[in-house]
Write a new protein. Structure first.
Ligand SMILES: C[S@@+](CC[C@H](N)C(=O)[O-])C[C@H]1O[C@@H](n2cnc3c(N)ncnc32)[C@H](O)[C@@H]1O
Length: 199
């Protein structure tokens, strides 16, 4: 049996390089989820794909601990969780060409204009994330916030190495995250967008 402590990984110290592949067997493809919250999506996907390694980064300690306990209860050996500001990790530490896929579901929209600078999706973040994806890697994003969605779509659309692909190009069409479930119940529109890095 594994414990939550086996799931938890430390954030990179002093902006040292972070290669998420080091936690898994060589050749294991690795996927990253940013803002994994209570870990609903990671849990489903890691159970369905034991041959893939998953890393989740979550800032809120309460959700982070909840998710780590949850992964341990399911004895998931292919998941690691880091408590950190994912924007900082991606910009300063994530190494090139290390990710097979990147998942960002319901990133905080920071709707007030004066708070837009706190948003995850900004040009520098997109550039760093694309560098971390390997050729052919997939990036899926979902939000319930229309204005933020336009911003995200424009940023991804304009990147020369990305091309739009169907969101449901693999079997787990809807990520089924905690926020998605809540918002669908409330009747909100969910906006989805997926891109692939040029091989
Ligand atoms: C709206 S919730 C969505 C959670 C989950 N993805 C879902 O769909 O149910 C946004 C999550 O992202 C986390 N978050 C926001 N900014 C973050 C950052 N810079 N680094 C890591 N986590 C972040 C928040 O703590 C929160 O758990």
């Amino acid at each position: 049996m594994i414990r939550a402590d086996d799931i938890v990984i430390a954030p990179p110290a002093h902006d040292e390089p972070f290669d998420p592949r080091r936690f898994f067997d060589p050749q294991t493809p690795v996927e990253l989820e940013i803002g994994c919250g209570k870990g609903g999506f990671l849990l489903d996907r890691a159970r369905a794909h034991p041959q893939i390694g998953f890393v989740g980064i979550e800032w809120a300690n309460k959700y982070f601990k909840y998710a780590a306990d949850r992964m341990a209860r399911w004895n998931l050996r292919n998941v690691r969780l880091m408590r950190a500001d994912a924007r900082h990790v991606v910009l300063n530490s994530l190494v090139d060409d290390c990710l097979g896929a990147l998942h960002v579901y319901h990133p905080d929209p920071w709707p007030k204009k004066r708070h837009h600078k706190r948003r995850l999706f900004q040009r520098d973040f997109v550039e760093a994330a694309v560098t971390a994806l390997h050729g052919g890697g997939l990036w899926r994003v979902q939000t319930d916030h229309e204005e933020y969605f336009q911003v995200i779509r424009d940023l991804l659309d304009q990147h020369p190495l990305l091309r739009q692909v169907p969101f449901d190009s693999d079997e787990s069409a809807a990520p089924n995250t905690n926020f998605e479930i809540k918002y669908v119940r409330d009747g909100r529109t969910i906006y989805r967008f997926a891109v692939q890095k040029h091989p």
